[in-house]
Design a protein around this ligand. Structure first.
Ligand SMILES: [Fe+2]
Length: 402
């Protein structure tokens, strides 16, 4: 697996989750008898909770279970403060993207001090300089890839959402566990899976793309596409086959590969726009990414170099014929992604968003367009292969309004 060599984070795969796995991971990283600090969300999760309880019989453990969705600086600061007292030798984050990002930031703050706000945004006053305690990340959703990236997404006290990037945020090890993603609810599979699809896409049409990131992203994009519908159907209970390797685990592996890919380049326009949608209309991250995918795809795929990459994925997945031109093959792949998005019940127009309603009011339309203005200052927007300006952002938004 090329990802194994391309990622600084060591990635292991396991089928069952138990205390032995957790102590094995700690020992593998060379941890001694120091405190193991778990970062988790407060919802009961029997498999996870049983493993931690079992481990507590033989190890010094502590649990921080206050993780919230879309973690805010204040939440992370409080977590780091509590962790400082515990002096952990190793931090283990188990959960979705918000949990993994929280564990990354708490571990980073333990070593570097200050408030998370000091590190966020264009006016950040500090940068991470020291490596935190050993960090193991274990995803329980199939999508974010956060377990292998140098990125975390946090909401500052100002309410703005920022991506924090630092090699010192990377985990030492990540564990992909089949049992943990075996019973994901369908909407979560759809959102997290589509997020992974956009990670691979935004690697391919990124100004920072390299031959290595292209290789990783093309492979990941094909794998996410090939697994996402089956995982969604599996989570809906329609096609569960006993004793077969689960499609949700296939999606987790694909999403992890997409994480290794976008770790090289960062994301681009879809993500920059999605942050505003999440800030203003509180749409979950994956759904906000899906919202903009078609519009950005149609613009970026007009670049010949991008079309060539997308065409290879289209042929690899059987979405296009070998004889199709690059632009035809890329267009077919874009159509297939839009069909998948609609089948997964992910919105692409404002009128489809809950509580939004129809608007034909020109002033409201202008207000919406104005709110997306700050996306142009986001460094992710500048990664987009096709330059985006106020006019192109307006055009994207107008396609999505009545
Ligand atoms: Fe994302």
């Amino acid at each position: 697996m090329i990802e194994t060599f391309a990622s600084p984070t060591r990635v292991g795969e396991i089928s069952r989750f138990d205390a032995e796995t957790l102590s094995g991971a700690a020992a593998y990283l060379g941890a001694g008898q120091g405190t193991i600090l778990f970062v988790v969300d407060p919802r009961p999760f029997p498999v996870r909770d049983a493993a931690i309880a079992e481990l507590a019989k033989t190890k010094n453990i502590a649990v921080l279970d206050r993780v919230v969705p879309d973690p805010k600086s204040a939440d992370i600061d409080a977590m780091a403060e509590a962790a400082r007292e515990l002096k952990p030798e190793i931090v283990i984050g188990i959960g979705g993207g918000s949990t993994l990002d929280s564990a990354k930031a708490a571990a980073m703050l333990l070593a570097n001090g200050g408030s998370l706000d000091d590190y966020l945004g264009p006016n950040a006053s500090r940068v991470a300089e020291k490596k935190g305690p050993l960090l193991v990340l274990i995803p329980t959703t199939a999508g974010t890839g956060s377990e292998v990236t140098r990125f975390g997404v946090y909401t500052a006290r100002t309410g703005r959402k920022y991506t924090l990037a630092s090699p010192l945020l990377r985990a030492d090890a990540a564990l992909l566990c089949e049992e943990l993603v075996a019973s994901l609810p369908a909407p979560l599979v759809a959102m997290a899976g589509y997020d992974a699809l956009t990670h691979a896409l935004e690697t391919l049409w990124n100004k920072n793309a390299t031959p290595l990131s292209d290789l990783l992203a093309e492979k990941a994009l094909a794998a996410v596409y090939e697994n996402l519908r089956a995982a969604w159907e599996e989570s809906n209970g329609r096609t569960v086959k006993k004793n077969s390797s689960s499609a949700c685990f296939g999606l987790l592996r694909a999403a992890n590969a997409a994480g290794v890919a976008f770790d090289k380049t960062g994301t681009a326009a879809i993500h920059a726009l999605s942050f505003i949608l999440s800030e203003e209309w509180h749409l979950p991250h994956g759904a906000a990414c899906a919202f903009f995918t078609g519009a950005i795809y149609s613009r970026n795929s007009k670049e010949a170099a991008v079309a060539a990459k997308l065409a290879r994925v289209a042929r690899r997945t059987g979405t296009a014929a070998e004889t199709d031109s690059d632009s035809t093959a890329a267009a077919k792949l874009g159509d297939a992604f839009e069909t998948l998005r609609a089948d997964l019940k992910l919105a692409a127009r404002f009128a489809e968003l809950e509580g939004f309603g129809q608007t034909t009011d020109a002033r409201k339309t202008a207000e919406i367009v104005a709110r997306f203005g700050t996306s142009l200052d986001d460094p992710k927007m500048k990664n987009n292969i096709v330059p985006m300006d106020a006019e192109s952002v307006r055009a994207v938004l107008e396609e999505k309004l009545p």
